[in-house]
Design a protein around this ligand. Structure first.
Ligand SMILES: *Cc1c(COP(=O)(O)O)cnc(C)c1O
Length: 221
């Protein structure tokens, strides 16, 4: 855990660069989240729907919960009432389910489209052409607000490789913005975690998802 001063200094350095912080609290208990809430943090990231729903019940209601893990369609119902953003939309089926459930409760939910930019097979996400075809048909999903793109780089010490992967995502983000100049809410490029956030920011990220640096090592499940 960081001391209050350390945390605030870190957060200020990010906001000076116009980078938002998602504090990734997955696996950690509500009490630790409360500590950072008391330091002023409001945006927390979780990767399991039920765990997020339990923490939502226990913690202050002005927390903005970001889903950052692969989401099964049958889990959308656990979070649809309160989730602030679903960053990990990686299949059209999931997008449709979010739209359907959001419409039912008359909400519009912010989402990011997750791109597969890493070499590793197990990382999730769309290809560039899949993202483009979703964007062409985005009017169909009027209870979903596509706010931008998310991606994870390969876990490697090869900085050039990480940079290349982040740059490919930044380029796609910039192209889409250019092709849709009036789409003002398409404004979030979420990339960077504890190990690679500095590179991600250099490559144009404006939203970092940081867990272990803030909360310490995650206990194993
Ligand atoms: C766990 C996780 C993070 C945070 O990882 P750290 O290395 O602990 O900062 C960021 N993004 C996603 C999608 C995650 O699953």
């Amino acid at each position: 855990m960081l001391e209050k001063e350390e945390f605030i200094t870190f957060k200020e350095s990010l906001s000076k660069q116009n980078v938002r912080l998602v504090a990734v609290s997955k696996v950690h208990p509500a009490s630790k989240i409360q500590t950072y809430y008391d330091f002023g943090q409001r945006v927390f990231g979780e990767n399991r729907a039920q765990e997020m729903a339990e923490k939502y019940e226990q913690l202050p209601k002005d927390i903005k919960w970001h889903m950052i893990g692969p989401l099964q369609t049958n889990k959308v119902k656990y979070i649809i009432d309160f989730v602030d953003m679903i960053e990990s939309v990686d299949r059209v089926k999931v997008l449709k389910e979010i739209h359907k459930r959001a419409k039912r409760i008359d909400r519009t939910v912010d989402v990011l489209l997750q791109l597969h930019i890493a070499e590793e097979e197990q990382k999730h996400g769309f290809t560039e052409s899949e993202v483009r075809s979703i964007i062409e048909t985005k009017e169909k999903f009027d209870h979903v607000n596509i706010r931008g793109l998310m991606g994870m780089a390969t876990l490697t010490d090869d900085e050039n490789k990480i940079r290349k992967e982040f740059n490919s995502l930044k380029d796609l983000f910039a192209q889409i913005k250019k092709e849709h100049p009036s789409w003002e809410t398409f404004d979030i490029l979420s990339m960077g975690m504890t190990g690679d956030y500095s590179i991600a920011i250099e490559c144009g990220s404006n939203c970092v998802r940081i867990g272990s640096m803030i909360f310490g090592q995650r206990p194993k499940h």
